[in-house]
Design a protein around this ligand. Structure first.
Ligand code: SF4
Length: 410
């Protein structure tokens, strides 16, 4: 099992994962939850405790849903089912969050969702120090379940171009090394990772084997990075539309079928308002507040996240690459190159949301707290979004994702 090298996590019992989104249930879990909850909360509160939602293309039972909180969440923000029946009595999704598990031919890679404030704040000990607990969780709740995602012996790099897992693993290592080079600004590091993927793809298309294509990429990438960054950002209408679609999917209330339709329409119409979610962990009332900010006010906030915000975004990007959650099973079947495009565009959306949180607080520049709130909202949307249409993957190939990020980071 491969754990993220520098990741920290310990649940702080903030209760944020128990409100505001539809938590997926396995077959039989809805009935068990109803029976458990019936002994814990008044009958009138049980109505609507379990709902239905379309996730990953199929209708399933869910706990709570957009805007509400789980009936088992007590006033002290702890779970009544956990307190009464034990951790193992909770639905699998509740037990596993915020971990992600992806089985590759060489190891199971473990990652973390940044929808959890404790992950964003790097609370608690390193994952390596919790290896025993994580392995026990894997054995009891994840292995052989649909929560274990898979990477096969071959990985799609781009349409019609697959590489062996061992080669993909090398390319992922190159991307991670690029992101870890803190002597360069984040935009350059992201460009470096993208250049590696693009040049390897080009080398393979020219008939080189993987090792030669990678050597070619290593020799050529600095020239390509300089060339790309010498150009002014150029963002076409399709890229702007995809950015707005992704942004809308992260807004509060989008985690329902109706919300998704509304989100798609709003993205097409180009609505001029951005909706923000303030998690209960930063709200003194323990309610999840929603705020609206005018688009023009967001644009009035200076682009950029500052060094600490960039370090946070780097940690998020590195987590996605190391845990293999940006392509394949975990990302609508995207290949590595399109997955990287989606990841970079998502980083741009997180930076935009950080500016929106700054605007909501009448600031002209982003603080680290704004960056945290923006990233959390972005990752909550990614975690809980249903499958994207195939056309989204194709459109990503033509998206100016790096330029969208350059625009947001300034
Ligand atoms: S959001 Fe994270 S820290 Fe908060 S209760 Fe859930 S797992 Fe714990």
């Amino acid at each position: 099992m491969l754990l993220l090298a520098d990741a920290h996590y310990r649940c702080t019992s903030c209760g944020d994962c128990c409100r505001g989104w539809a938590v997926p249930l396995e077959d039989g879990e809805a009935d068990r939850f109803r029976q458990q909850a019936a002994t814990l909360v008044p009958a009138d509160r049980l109505r609507g405790a379990v709902g239905r939602d379309k996730q990953a293309g199929r209708m399933i039972d869910t706990l709570v849903g957009g805007g509400r909180q789980c009936v088992a969440l007590a006033e002290d923000q702890l779970c009544r089912v956990h307190a009464t029946f034990g951790a193992e009595a909770k639905p699998r999704a509740c037990r596993i969050f915020p971990f992600t598990f992806v089985a590759t031919p060489s190891a199971v890679r473990v990652g973390l969702s940044f929808a959890c404030p404790a992950v964003i704040d790097a609370e608690g000990p390193r994952l390596e120090e919790q290896r025993g607990e994580i392995e026990a969780l894997f054995a009891s709740a994840v292995d052989d379940s649909r929560y274990l995602l898979h990477v096969g012996a071959e990985v799609t790099l781009a349409p019609g171009r697959a590489v062996a897992w061992a080669d993909a693993e090398r390319l992922l290592g190159e991307m991670l090394a690029a992101l870890g080079d803190t002597t360069r600004p984040l935009v350059e590091r992201v460009c470096h990772a993208g250049a590696d993927a693009a040049l390897v793809q080009a080398g393979l298309e020219e008939g080189r084997d993987f090792a030669a294509a990678l050597a070619h990429a290593q020799a050529e990438r600095e020239r390509l990075i300089a060339e790309v960054l010498a150009e002014e950002p150029s963002i076409d209408r399709l890229s702007r539309a995809l950015f707005r679609t992704l942004l809308k999917s992260t807004e509060p209330g989008r985690h329902t079928a109706g919300g998704r339709v509304g989100g798609a329409l709003a993205a097409l119409l180009g609505t001029r308002v951005v909706k923000l979610q303030v998690p209960a962990s930063v709200s003194p009332t323990h309610s999840t507040d929603e705020i609206e900010v005018a688009w023009k006010d967001v644009e009035a906030v200076r682009p950029g996240l500052g060094p600490d915000g960039e370090a946070l975004l780097t940690r998020w990007l590195s987590n996605a690459i190391a845990s293999c959650t940006f392509f394949g099973d975990a990302a609508f079947g995207l290949g590595l190159a399109a997955g990287l495009d989606l990841l970079v565009m998502s980083a741009a959306v997180a930076a935009f949301l950080a500016r929106a949180h700054a605007a909501a607080n009448r600031r002209t520049a982003v603080t680290l707290d704004d960056a945290k709130r923006g990233l959390r909202q972005l990752d909550s949307g990614l975690t809980h979004r249903s499958s994207m249409p195939r056309s989204f993957g194709r459109a990503l190939e033509a998206t100016a994702s790096l330029d969208l990020l350059r625009e947001q980071l300034g």
